[in-house]
Design a protein around this ligand. Structure first.
Ligand SMILES: Nc1ncnc2c1ncn2[C@@H]1O[C@H](COP(=O)(O)OP(=O)(O)O)[C@@H](O)[C@H]1O
Ligand SMILES: [Mg+2]
Length: 168
């Protein structure tokens, strides 16, 4: 037989899937995905965001109680987006506080919508105020759970809530 030895087959390239797949279709999340933005349009999207938050939190080695708190924060923020703004998006990512002597792991959650905005923030953050007949404890509860809380909102301007929970 004459001719060059065939070169070994090139190994298949594995390209990580971008996170922008329609997650509500039930696609599973790759374990390495440390930052995920989920468009919130249906209840199933909230479930995906919540699961991601829980998984990221558990990866840092913290207690399941803390991961439940993170999941609760994600649910409350995403439910508000769906209910009051008819949709938006939520980003859930791992973060570290490098300024600490032993850097802290944390989870940062940013929830954005282009809905009607919130007119009276102090009233909402006090708790017990709801325009939907709810308990009105969502945002005030989130604020108690997290370590850093920021809200940007204005009537007709939408709402962005950004929070960080440090995991100890
Ligand atoms: N993303 C949002 N866009 C517009 N209004 C919001 C949003 N999130 C919360 N609100 C307003 O703040 C109120 C309090 O929210 P929350 O504390 O989550 O309690 P609840 O959802 O039970 O009413 C809501 O009833 C609503 O009027
Ligand atoms: Mg709520």
């Amino acid at each position: 037989m004459i001719g060059p030895t065939p070169s070994p087959a090139t190994p298949p390239r594995v390209t990580p899937q971008a996170a922008a797949v329609p997650l509500s279709s039930g696609a599973s999340l790759p374990a390495y995905e440390a930052k995920l933005t989920v468009a919130i349009n249906v209840v199933a999207d909230i479930v995906i965001a919540r699961q991601h938050g829980r998984k990221l939190t558990l990866h840092t080695g913290c207690s399941s109680g803390e991961s439940t708190l993170v999941a609760t924060v994600i649910s409350e923020l995403a439910r508000n987006v769906l209910l009051y703004a008819k949709g938006g998006e939520i980003t859930v990512e791992k973060t570290r506080d490098a300024a600490q002597q032993i850097p802290l792991h944390g989870i940062r959650i940013a929830c954005r919508d282009k809905g009607p905005g919130i007119a009276d923030i102090p009233r909402v953050l006090q708790g017990g105020y709801s325009t939907s007949g709810g308990l009105g404890l969502g945002l005030s509860g989130v604020r108690k759970i997290v370590d850093e809380f920021d809200i940007e909102t204005g009537v007709g301007k939408g709402t962005t809530v950004t929070v960080t929970k440090w995991l100890r």
